[in-house]
Design a protein around this ligand. Structure first.
Ligand code: AMP
Length: 406
């Protein structure tokens, strides 16, 4: 893995009487009446905000929201997130209608210890995604210190992520960022063994780089979801009308051979829940070892669920990324639920269990097992890039931990 992962923490900062610019990820889902429907990303920044307030700082929060492409879009203001924050925090939040400019600067300069200010959507300016240095400098001028607690945006080399810390020091990791780096970095660098990877989701194409990086680290990989069919095809198992990426069958064959030469077991589903069409309540059947012609494999079957649960029960580290089937549509959620329950049970038995973000985190939340994992990442794309072994721009930009300074 590139770069030093030990970073200056918000805990190391002396912030009394200072204004701290905190990059957060408040890119949260809203309903039609612009109310936040899932406030996890906001809740997960509360520890950092509370720490700063307790230590006498004024907090200035900056986030992107959606893809307004450099212009003001009324429905993409951060005000709904600000109101949700106000409720969670139990204190007023000053919600601004821009992220830079004279008014914003004056309001931030006037901030007193204990004040919380939320800038408006950074992506109302195209300078954000272009990592424009004049824009980064203006943002930097709003604070006396910088904290990044937006792991979900850490893979973007945008102005508020990698530009601002060039002009504003100290630049520290927030508590959420530190937890993400600690857990994801920990499983990559120093996993207790056996280390079991549970890998699923729709497409092999998205996941090849992650699989390649993880193959040198894990003992067993349990594969499910749509991506399993490209691997099954590589082993010559019939996959019927299942999701298949024909261009990647050779890649899958190469990965299987590489795993074998490294002594890593890649386990593929031995039975499948299949249907003629993907629709709720579709008539489904179970087959083994492949999927019949004209049918689509939409979930792992009962024998595979039991085999995967048995592997997970033996693990001391589990990394889970990607659902085992079309978990959004019962009855094709059963495989993902079974694997999730097995991972939750492994946590209770002392295993370290980490869930990569995105769909898998959503599934864990929906099944009520998110709280029974050691760590559920808040970053989708960022978690994947981290697990590929890439250095994330938002992590690279932070100051090193004091003990690592030259
Ligand atoms: P990803 O974003 O790559 O993690 O993929 C998640 C998506 O994969 C979910 O929306 C699932 O419904 C879908 N998925 C999982 N298993 C299958 C399958 N066997 N066939 C088609 N789609 C699947």
């Amino acid at each position: 893995m590139g770069g030093n992962l030990r970073k200056l923490s918000v805990r190391d900062l002396d912030v009394a009487g200072k204004r701290v610019l905190v990059r957060v990820d408040y890119n949260v889902p809203l309903d039609e009446s612009l109310r936040v429907t899932d406030d996890r990303r906001i809740r997960s920044t509360l520890p950092t905000i509370r720490l700063l307030l307790e230590r006498g700082a004024a907090v200035i929060l900056a986030s992107h929201f959606g893809r307004p492409k450099g212009k003001v879009v009324e429905d993409q203001r951060l005000a709904p997130a600000g109101r949700a924050l106000e409720e969670l925090l139990g204190r007023p939040v000053t919600i601004l209608r821009d992220c830079i400019g004279d008014d914003v600067r004056a309001r931030c300069r006037a901030a007193k210890p204990g004040d919380v200010i939320l800038l408006d959507n950074l992506r109302f300016r195209d300078a954000e995604e272009k990592n424009d240095s004049a824009f980064a400098r203006e943002l930097a001028s709003l604070g006396d210190a910088y904290v990044n607690d937006a792991f979900g945006a850490a893979h973007r080399a945008h102005a508020s992520v990698s530009g601002v810390p060039q002009f504003l020091r100290p630049a520290a990791a927030g508590l959420l960022m530190a937890a993400e780096i600690g857990h994801l970095g920990g499983v990559l660098a120093n996993p207790a063994r056996p280390f079991v990877l549970v890998f699923g989701g729709a497409k092999v194409s998205d996941k090849v780089p992650v699989l390649e990086n993880l193959l040198s680290r894990v003992d067993v990989a349990l594969v499910g979801g749509g991506m399993a069919y490209t691997f099954l095809a590589a082993r010559g198992v019939p996959v019927g009308g299942s999701r298949l990426e024909p261009d990647l069958v050779d890649t899958a064959r190469r990965i299987l051979a590489e795993a074998e030469s490294r002594g890593v077991r890649i386990v593929l589903p031995s039975d499948h829940v299949h249907a003629a069409k993907l629709e709720p309540g579709a008539a489904c059947d179970v087959s083994s070892p492949g999927v019949p012609e004209g049918r689509m494999g939409l979930d792992i079957g009962p024998a595979t669920r039991a085999a995967y649960a048995a592997e997970i029960a033996k693990a001391r580290t589990v990394l889970w990324n990607g659902p085992m089937g079309v978990f959004e549509m019962p009855p094709f959620d059963a495989g993902t639920r079974a694997v999730g329950d097995a991972i939750a049970a492994a946590t209770a038995n002392g295993a370290v269990t980490v869930v990569g973000g995105g769909d898998t985190a959503a599934a864990a939340e929906e099944f009520g097992i998110a709280g029974r994992m050691s760590h559920v990442s808040t970053g989708g794309g960022a978690a994947l890039e981290f697990l590929e072994g890439r250095e994330l721009p938002g992590v690279a930009a932070l100051d090193p931990a004091p003990e690592d300074r030259p």
